[in-house]
Design a protein around this ligand. Structure first.
Ligand code: ZN
Ligand code: FE
Length: 257
């Protein structure tokens, strides 16, 4: 499992340094800005070889060009369909595309929904999900359909082992879990996780790195088959999961917890 160093950027974004301890090879996921990433790399004593972009939004790629100028030969990965939208992109990925980080193999997972070219990066039991899967929630459907997002969350990411650690693009966890509690007031796992994350947030600590297993128990967007989730959006047992997800996402858009 690579070492993951959380790098807070902008107001609530996270970039991540991913370090293969065996070789010292390092990459950065979603550098919103270059300054904090370069400082973290210096502090950790690692040399950056690559940027892994989860999608083209500016708060995830804002530091690309400055990093490329500072680090000669830097590879910049993103989905093939994001070519021209990700500054400085040098590598075009498709679903399942693999490449190395030192001794580790990284795998790109195409997870459309938030954007059409959204990619998650899976490496050694860790997954970087950008704005597709958040702790306790999911990203807004800017470019994709509820069907695509459901497939990405429950089909693609859902196929990963429950022990997989999730690192997402924003610190939205407490707000997401407040919504989750409203959706499933009878789910004690949500209440417990909300208390844990509220305590972390109160100390200024990141809530990221929980497992997919925790998400399956607490994230309503992964729980579209739950009768309580369906009842919240007024849908019964026969409604397709994607329809439940779409209705949940609309309810979240209007939720002020
Ligand atoms: Zn985004
Ligand atoms: Fe974002």
């Amino acid at each position: 499992m690579p070492r993951v160093v959380t790098v807070p950027c902008l107001s609530d974004n996270y970039a991540y340094l991913v370090v293969d301890e065996a070789t010292g090879a390092a990459a950065v996921v979603d550098p919103s800005e270059a300054g904090p990433v370069l400082a973290a790399a210096r502090r950790e004593g690692v040399g950056l070889g690559a940027i892994w972009c989860t999608h083209h939004h500016f708060d995830h790629v804002g530091g690309n060009e400055e990093l490329a100028a500072a680090v000669p030969g830097l590879r910049i990965y993103g989905h093939a369909s994001d070519w021209g939208r990700i500054p400085g992109q040098t590598e075009a990925l498709d679903h399942g595309g693999a490449f190395p980080l030192g001794t580790e193999e990284v795998r790109a997972l195409h997870v459309p929904g938030h954007t059409l070219g959204a990619v998650a990066y899976w490496v050694g039991g860790v997954v970087f999900t950008g704005d597709t899967l958040f702790h306790g929630g999911c990203g807004r459907l800017f470019e994709g359909t509820p069907e695509a997002m459901h497939r990405s969350l429950s089909g693609v990411l859902g196929a990963l082992p429950g022990s997989t650690r999730v690192y997402c693009g924003h610190e939205y966890t407490v707000a997401n879990l407040r919504f989750a509690r409203t959706v499933e007031p009878g789910n004690p796992a949500v209440e417990i996780r909300l208390a844990e994350c509220a305590a972390l947030a109160a100390r200024g600590q990141a809530t990221v790195g929980a497992t997919l297993g925790v998400e399956r128990r607490t994230n309503p967007f992964l729980r579209t088959s739950s009768p309580e989730v369906r009842a919240f959006v007024g849908l019964g047992p026969d409604a397709p999961d994607a329809e439940v997800l779409g209705a949940l996402r609309r309810a979240k858009d209007g939720f002020r917890g």
